[in-house]
Write a protein that binds this ligand. Structure first.
Ligand code: TEU
Ligand code: CA
Length: 540
C-alpha cells in the first residue's frame, strides 16, 4: 500500500498512557492501546521523541539518539511495541531531531571540554548574528569560556549541529540505520529545512532572521544525501519533513519523487491564519479567506507539480483545532467531523493527533501555574515585559500554549482520566468527564466517523490519488474542492460557519453518491443547503 492510502496517528508518549503509575506515559502504555488504534484503522504511529533527554523541550532535546529514555521504558519494551504493532499491521514512525542536540549530548560535552573534532560538530562563531531564538531571546549563547558563541535556534540547551561536517552527516545517517534495523518503517524529521546553514552566516533583521537560515539551497542536497545513504534504498519507508517557515516551491522540491528527498512535508501556514500580523502570541479570530487561499494554493500547486502534503490540523505544538476553527461550545462534534473531512478527503497523507478522534479540546486551565512548556513560560514573561497585564498575558498563553495539546489522553471519566492513577506530569483537561474514549466508544459518533474516513481513502483511488482543484473559491463560507482520477470525481463541500448556506451543485454531481456526510441528509438536489459546519462529499 502506498503512503498515499495510509493514515498516520501521532502519539505524544509522555501523555498517552501511564502503566507504572509515575504520572508519565510510557511505551508499555502505547503497546496496550495498539488494539484501540487498530480499531480506529490507522496504518502507522508516529512517536514524538522517546530518547534520553533532560526534557527541557520534552525530548526534542536529545541526549542520545540510539537509546530509550528510562522514563518511557527499555529498548526491549520498544522492540515488543514494534512487534505487537506489526501483528496488528501497524508500523512505527520515529521522530528524528537532527537540527540540534541537547547540550547534555556527549558530542557537546566533549566539544566544551576542548575536543576540536567535536567542536566542529557545532556552529561556533566569534561574532554572533542578530538572529532571535524561536523560543525567544538571542539565538547565540557563550560557548564555555572560549569567547566563542554557539548557535541555538531553539532553547539554549538545544545546540544546532554543523551539517557541513561530513562526520556529523555520517553519525546521523548511522542513527537512521540503527532504527531501521529495529524494524522502524517511518521517520518524521524535525525542522529539517533548517539543517543547511550557509558557510557565512548573515545578519537579517526581517522575521527574527528566519530568511537567513531557512530553506537554503544546500538543505536540499543534505536531504538527498540522507535519502541515498539510508531510507531511500529500502522498500516501503515513509518519510515526512517538518518544514518551518517554508514555501510551496521548496516543499515541491522536497517531495517530488524524482528528487529523492522525502515523501511529504508538514507546513504551518494554515495554522497561522489566527496570528495577528504573523505573530503567534496574539489573539484574533481566524481569517477564513486566507485559510482557503492557502489550501487552494498548496493543493493546486502540489497537485500540478507532483509534490505531496502531510495533512493535519493538530499536533503537539498546536492548540486544539476545535478551539480555533469551530464554535466548540455549540458544535464540537459536528465541527470536528467537518474539519476531519476537509483534510482526510484532500490530496496528501492525513495525520490524526491523539485525542482528535474523540474531539478533545484545550484544557481550560485556571492559572499560569498549570503550564510547563518552555516556550509558553518564556512568552508569558515577554508579554509582561511588553506591558500586558497578568490577566491579558494569561489569556494569550491560554489560547496559544503548546500545552493545550499535550494534556493526558482522556481514556475514561475516572479521577485521572484513565491515564494514570497518580497526578500526571501535566494537568488533565477539565473536559474529561464529557470527553473520553470510554464514553465515545459507547455513545459517540466521532470515532466512527474517523474510521469511515480512513476506510474511504483505501476504497476510493480518487481520494488517495486524485488531482486537486478549487471549487467555489470566492464563497465566504464554503471551503470546497474537487478531486479527479481516471474518470471518477469527488466534490467535497465544507461549511466553516454556524450559518446555513445554499449552493448549486454542478450538474455532474447532482445525481452523485454521497460518500460521507456529517448530517443525515435528505436526497441531494440541484440546490444543497449546507447546515452549520456541514460537510458532504459527493462522488460520481
Ligand atoms: O517544532 C518546530 C517549530 O518551529 C514549531 O512548531 C515550534 O514549536 C513553534 O513554532 C513554536 O511556536 C519542532 C517540534 O515539533 C517542537 O516540539 C520542538 O520544540 C522544536 O521543533 C525543536 O525541536
Ligand atoms: Ca509511566
Amino acid at each position: 500500500m502506498s503512503f498515499k492510502e495510509k493514515v498516520i496517528y501521532q502519539i505524544y508518549p509522555k501523555s498517552f498512557l501511564d502503566t507504572n503509575q509515575d504520572g508519565i506515559g510510557d511505551l508499555a502504555g502505547i503497546k496496550q492501546k495498539i488494539p484501540y488504534l487498530k480499531r480506529l484503522g490507522v496504518d502507522m504511529i508516529w512517536l514524538s521523541p522517546i530518547y534520553p533527554s533532560p526534557q527541557n523541550d520534552n525530548g526534542y532535546d536529545v541526549a542520545n539518539y540510539t537509546a530509550v529514555n528510562p522514563m518511557f521504558g527499555t529498548m526491549a519494551d520498544f522492540e515488543t511495541l514494534i512487534a505487537t504493532a506489526k501483528e496488528h499491521d501497524i508500523e512505527i514512525m520515529l521522530d528524528m531531531v537532527f537540527n540540534h542536540v541537547s547540550t547534555e549530548h556527549e558530542w557537546f560535552q566533549k566539544a566544551l571540554a576542548g575536543d576540536k573534532k567535536f567542536q566542529d560538530y557545532f556552529i561556533l562563531r566569534d561574532e554572533p548574528t542578530d538572529w532571535v531564538s524561536k523560543f525567544g531571546g538571542n539565538a547565540w549563547a557563550p560557548f564555555g569560556d572560549t569567547g566563542k558563541y554557539y548557535l541555538h535556534l531553539f532553547d539554549r540547551t538545544q545546540a544546532d549541529l554543523n551539517w557541513r561536517n561530513p562526520e556529523v552527516q555520517e553519525e546521523l545517517f548511522e542513527v537512521i540505520r540503527f532504527w531501521m534495523d529495529k524494524g522502524v518503517k517511518g521517520f518524521r524529521f524535525d525542522v529539517i529545512n533548517l539543517i543547511g546553514k550557509d558557510e557565512v552566516l548573515k545578519n537579517c533583521a526581517e522575521n527574527d532572521g528566519k530568511p537567513a537560515y531557512t530553506d537554503r539551497p544546500i538543505n536540499h542536497d543534505f536531504i538527498h544525501m540522507m535519502n541515498q545513504a539510508t531510507f531511500g534504498k529500502a522498500d516501503e519507508m515513509i518519510t515526512v519533513g517538518e518544514m518551518s517557515f517554508t514555501t510551496v516551491e521548496n516543499c515541491i522540491l522536497y517531495t517530488k519523487p524524482e528528487r529523492e528527498e522525502l515523501n511529504m512535508t508538514f507546513n504551518f501556514h494554515h495554522l497561522k491564519v489566527d496570528y495577528q500580523d504573523g505573530k503567534k502570541w496574539t489573539q484574533m479570530p481566524f481569517d477564513f479567506a486566507r485559510l482557503k487561499e492557502l489550501f487552494h494554493t498548496w493543493g493546486t500547486q502540489m497537485s500540478e507539480e507532483s509534490g505531496w502534503n502531510a495533512l493535519f490540523w493538530n499536533n503537539h505544538d498546536q492548540p486544539r483545532a476545535l478551539n480555533r476553527f469551530v464554535d466548540v461550545d455549540n458544535y464540537r462534534v459536528t465541527g470536528a467531523k467537518m474539519l476531519a473531512s476537509a483534510i482526510h478527503l484532500n490530496r496528501g497523507t492525513p495525520y490524526i493527533y491523539m485525542g482528535e478522534e474523540i474531539g478533545m479540546v484545550d484544557p481550560d486551565y485556571d492559572s499560569m501555574e498549570k503550564y510547563v512548556d518552555v516556550e509558553s513560560l518564556n512568552a508569558y514573561q515577554e508579554l509582561l515585559l511588553a506591558e500586558k497585564t497578568e490577566q491579558e498575558a494569561f489569556e494569550i498563553v491560554k489560547a496559544k500554549s503548546r500545552d493545550n495539546s499535550r494534556t493526558p489522553m482522556q481514556w475514561d471519566g475516572s479521577m485521572y482520566g484513565g491515564f494514570s492513577t497518580v497526578a500526571p506530569w501535566l494537568a488533565l483537561g477539565n473536559s474529561v468527564n464529557q470527553i473520553n474514549v470510554a464514553k465515545e466508544l459507547q455513545e459517540g459518533s466521532l470515532f466512527n466517523y474517523y474510521q469511515k474516513l480512513i476506510k474511504l481513502r483505501k476504497e476510493y483511488p480518487v481520494i488517495a490519488e486524485g488531482s486537486y482543484e478549487a471549487f467555489l473559491s470566492e464563497h465566504p463560507q464554503i471551503y470546497g474542492y474537487i478531486r479527479r482520477f481516471k474518470g471518477q470525481s469527488l466534490l467535497v463541500l465544507n461549511n466553516f460557519f454556524s450559518q446555513e448556506t445554499t449552493i448549486e451543485l454542478p450538474e455532474a454531481f447532482q445525481n452523485g453518491e454521497t460518500l460521507i456526510n456529517n448530517y443525515d441528509n435528505e436526497k441531494l438536489d440541484k440546490e444543497v443547503v449546507l447546515k452549520p459546519y456541514q460537510s458532504i462529499a459527493i462522488y460520481c
